[in-house]
Design a protein. Structure first.
Lengths: 221, 221
DNA sequence: CATCCCCAAGATGTGTACATCATGGGGCGT
DNA sequence: ACGCCCCATGATGTACACATCTTGGGGATG
């Protein structure tokens, strides 16, 4: 396997573990232990950790360790506010044409949502949410916008997952299914502007529900 | 000096050289030569080059070298289109309050623009443009938006500089001075929304002038 | 018994030798 | 003379030893 392919695998794997809370915020990611797990030396592991650090998912402290970062309420609000705007923009700025395979995939995601509703599970929810996000990414015609959107999504995904586990999971899943159904409908009529607006609305509503469960917003825990 | 501070110095230095065309697109950045120049080993140099590669400014090819990347017309257009939107958003999304020191700094930049007009120079123009960009960055209250804006600015700054050197430099400087004057005026009245609109308009106009000089848009060279 | 100091342990940061890879030029065959 | 093959060369990628730094705990001291 090529060096870049290994790097991507390692990166995706670690990013996934962080965002699925296998490594919750505060976890120490030992370079040596990761190196032995993946059968490589510390060097390529450090290359991946450096990238994760540049993206704000981990923080390397000399003499201490590389720790998964937390996200405070202010930063979370800023990222969500920007994601709202970008979601809307993704519907208006040179969207990709809606092909039949896109519609099929949208229906497939809605079907997955139905299965999820029958067996609610936070981790499965997170995975489907990522698959749906990846789907929306592929509708974006502007690569720079897609890159920025992805960066922001993964920056707060773990906090979202951590918080909805404390909320009513069933209600969150229902809201998510409603978003996917609405997006699928808008796609069927080829209205990408509406898709952007729908996504923006749901990001906004999701954040409003999130805020209620954030530390500091409730007097008692 | 701490390790992170050295990293930042090296990163800023190399990014500056790339964006000021000391290292034009296609230049090979030898890890060994950079290491000896800065008096360190290849390891911290590689750490910086990896970051620059993640940001798209260089591309490391195994067995060949680490080359400064070029930006094709499509990508340039996408980045500029997104920068337009973000400039407008920076005026509407929780801008920072306009203090007296901000107004002083704006006047200082306008004065620098006057000096530049008296002695036109592409490199001095690029430096002042960066200082002005940094100034606008500090008006943004949303850190995520600021981070994304910076990423996109530096992604195409070298192409902008390369192209305006072929255009009428005096006219470009005049347009730039006009933007700074308009922004200074809007700041004096505390209208951040207007600042965002002005910046968006000038990014748009700058790109339209840029397109005319891009390879492929003219039959003969 | 509380407190302070010191250092051992373990983590990331750095230096260096070696592995791997792409490329261009020289030499052999036709 | 032309073309193909091979490999010397020099670049990035990897492994490992060592340097540097933070932290927490043990022991001397008041």
């Amino acid at each position: 396997m090529s060096a870049e392919a290994r790097h991507q695998r390692l990166y995706s794997e670690l990013r996934g573990r962080i965002c699925l809370l296998d490594y919750p915020p505060g976890t120490k990611l030992g370079e040596e232990s990761l190196a032995s797990e993946f059968g490589v030396s510390r060097t390529p592991v450090r290359r991946v950790l450096a990238r994760l650090a540049d993206e704000g998912l981990v923080e390397a402290r000399h003499g201490v360790g590389t720790l998964v970062t937390d996200v405070d309420a202010r930063e979370l609000g800023e990222v969500y506010a920007l994601r709202e705007e970008l979601a809307q923009l993704s519907g208006t700025m040179t969207p990709r044409p809606v092909t039949q395979s896109v519609l099929d995939e949208a229906r497939g995601l809605v079907a997955e949502g139905e299965r999820l509703a029958e067996a609610p599970d936070a981790r499965a929810f997170a995975r489907l949410n990522m698959a749906y996000f990846d789907f929306t990414q592929r509708l974006i015609g502007n690569e720079a916008l897609a890159e920025v959107s992805e960066r922001l999504y993964f920056r707060t995904a773990r906090i979202w997952l951590k918080t909805i586990s404390a909320l009513d999971l069933g209600r969150e899943i229902e809201a998510f299914r409603e978003e996917m159904r609405q997006v699928a409908g808008a796609l069927a009529s080829g209205d990408m502007t509406a898709v952007g607006m729908i996504r923006r609305a749901h990001i906004s509503m999701s954040f409003h529900r999130l805020k209620a469960a954030l530390p500091g917003s409730r007097p008692a825990n």
